[in-house]
Design a binder for this molecule. Sequence first.
Ligand code: 5AD
Ligand code: SF4
Length: 485
Amino acid sequence: MENNRQNMADIEREIPVSEPERQYYFIGRAKEALRKMEEAAGRQLSFCVTTFGCQMNARDSEKLTGILEQIGYIEEPDEEEADFVIYNTCTVRENANQRVYGRLGQLGRIKKKNPHMMIALCGCMMQEPEVVEKLKKSYRFIDLIFGTHNIYKFAELLATRMESGRMVIDIWKDTDKIVEDLPSERKYSFKSGVNIMFGCNNFCSYCIVPYVRGRERSREPRAIIREIERLVADGVTEVMLLGQNVNSYGKTLEEPMTFAQLLQEIEKIDGLRRIRFMTSHPKDLSDELIEVMGQSGKICKHLHLPVQSGSTRILDKMNRRYTKEHYLELVRKIRKAVPDISLTTDIIVGFPGETEDDFQETLDVVRQVRYDSAFTFIYSKRTGTPAAAMEDQVPEDVVKDRFNRLLDEVQKISAEICAVHEGSVQTVLVEMKNDHDHSLMTGRMSNNLLVHFPGEESLIGKYVDVRLDECRGFYYIGEITENNR
Ligand code: 5AD
Ligand code: SF4
């Protein structure tokens, strides 16, 4: 297969119209352009992909990395040392945008000193017209800008920039296209994200994602299974199925299929040991899925189920399409089917019109569910979303106060739950050397919690049993009990 692809990339041929052949062809052209640039520089050129935001972006960055490596760039972890820097951006909250502008200013100064440097921007932020206008006006040193829908065309866009020497901007409003079989790198050899769907049709009133990621479309189950089978053959034992709303997987397929059915198919893949997924929308979490989770030997005991608010009144204004009671009922059903499941969530504080009573409802859900952990966010006004036009935006000091009270509650409960597992033995997948203490290895349990324990680097990618000696709030310090699994 690889050899065929190399042939396809023969730059003497006519430009293919079909994908992915076209992109392999442009990888060939970019390769040639890079060779000339390296000759001029008198050295090998390097790249750095910097990711902002969610797991979807992290997976997209692996695809960008795969293409850059095929072109022949070498990876440089330090962005300030790299010759080609690409920012894969997020725009879900305003502060994500501010961070990008801040860091771009710094990159611009570095570029002045490195004549071979190129800078590219892609991802969700680029789907906002005001952002691109601002970049065109005030950040002229950027070489390439593209969006979320045409990321598969990265090789073509890069080759065009390299050959023309001009700034290239290509943003699409939407797409119904899914291009399969492009190259991709993996950050970890033993685990991988796998996109099962793209886009979102839910239009929660605060959220910009449906505007920047476009309409929901599912990948064909056969393509997903084939990708996972290849990953497993290449040493992967854990996959994270990715989508903005995985519970509505398959609705748009020619032969519709439910997410629960897809999970059952994936479960059959020999050699695959762990299946994770994210994100689930409560309104689409079916009894069928709960049942499949209860029976599965591979689906991890963790469910991320964003509640956003505990107030039915606010949930309605958020267009979430469930009530507080419905959510609590779902939690009850899941806990019954999978008793030791770990539940995590996302919560927004300060949505327009949120009163102290509404906030108390959120605290009440937190206390009733007792989340293993919760991501808490201050509401951020995103231009173009219905919530941005709502009256009664909550004053900043009130939001901050609620946010702090929520965080205290969430952290107190997480620590209590974490302490419950102390002393137990858990199977973990060893992921990496501990960042701070290199004599320790870090492993992930089925319920997604981390444990640090003395061990050898050779354990990375293996499953070992670890005793959880001491809980430190949201992680553990432990000891291996057996390492021959
Ligand atoms: N403000 C604050 N948080 C937001 N999220 C999405 N949009 C906004 C916004 N405008 C949060 C939600 C979502 C998570 C990924 O980001 O909680 O689940
Ligand atoms: Fe945004 Fe709601 Fe879609 Fe999640 S489900 S991406 S919060 S619109």
